[in-house]
Design a protein around this ligand. Structure first.
Ligand code: PAF
Length: 280
């Protein structure tokens, strides 16, 4: 497995044989089975697999966890090698954002709700860095997890609007035994917080079951999910949402089509997100 820090080395490697297909797995490192499932999927669908490890400063707002974001490069590289990755791109901040950098990519409408409402600058940073990674790696296929549901919708819009010549592949959320979605941020949880954090998936699952039993009133579903989360003393709800799965507008009435149940919950300073997409 090759590990490169510069864009020029990545370009050389990518285009050494233009007939090969490439799968790209962008990450911020501190890898878990969720990331590795993306690499494994990419492995089965491409001649070559590239992962990137870059804690992107522009998607963190002031006061968020950029400086404390967990890092474990050596372990990440071992895991990527084991999972069958061919090339890893590990740039310094200055390689991605050199002095004088002044361009930003913004996706305007579906970035306003949910995560975007709580983190107004987040998706601008994601769209900008992912655009750069797509241009640098020029993958055939790019792999992202369903856990960041709004990110997948933003990236679909980005690929369509900017005519990127690649396929986005969205892979299922990988969960711990109690249902907690795997996330690098789970490492921040204390033992008590960790014991209560399964409530996100529990609430989403109960919300889903209520809808599948025929509940059409979205407020009832949000109410049930909130009630369940509030039973955990350390949980502080940021949002609980039952939205149209394409526009992300909050629903009043649940109708056939794509519905996204999602939530963001604080445990102490740690903000966890999770979702269940439904096709009714
Ligand atoms: O999902 C993530 O880990 C990040 O948002 C991404 C896509 C790697 C961009 O920094």
């Amino acid at each position: 497995m090759d590990v490169f820090n510069s864009i020029s080395e990545i370009r050389q490697s990518r285009w050494a044989d233009p007939t090969l297909s490439w799968g790209l797995v962008p990450t911020m490192g501190y890898l878990h089975q969720g990331h590795l499932s993306l690499v494994q999927k990419a492995r089965t669908e491409n001649d070559r697999v590239m992962a990137t490890i870059f804690v992107n400063p522009t998607q963190f707002a002031e006061g968020e966890d950029l400086s404390s974001y967990p890092r474990s490069l050596k372990r990440d590289l071992d895991l990527l090698k084991e999972a069958g990755c061919d090339v890893v791109f590990v740039p310094q901040d200055s390689e991605i954002y050199p002095d004088g950098f002044q361009t930003a990519v913004s996706v305007n409408v579906i970035t306003k709700q949910l995560e975007g409402a709580s983190r107004p600058t987040h998706f601008g940073g994601v769209a900008t860095v992912v655009t750069k990674l797509f241009n640098i790696a020029q993958p055939t296929n790019a792999y992202f997890g369903q856990k960041d549901a709004q990110q997948t919708i933003v990236l679909k819009q980005l690929v369509e609007d900017l005519n990127f010549n690649l396929n986005l592949v969205i892979c299922p959320t990988v969960r711990e035994a109690d249902g907690l979605a795997m996330s690098s941020r789970n490492a921040y949880l204390s033992k008590d917080e960790r014991n209560q954090a399964h409530v996100l998936f529990q609430a989403l699952t109960e919300g889903k079951n209520l809808i599948l039993k025929g509940e059409k009133n979205a407020a009832e579903v949000r109410h049930l999910m909130k009630k369940l989360i509030e039973q955990q003393p350390l949980a502080k709800i940021d949002y609980v949402s039952v939205a149209n799965g394409r526009s992300l507008e909050e629903l009043e009435t649940i109708e056939d089509g794509e519905v996204l149940l999602s939530t963001a919950v604080y445990f102490g300073n740690t903000r966890l997100i999770d979702n269940i997409p439904l096709s009714l």
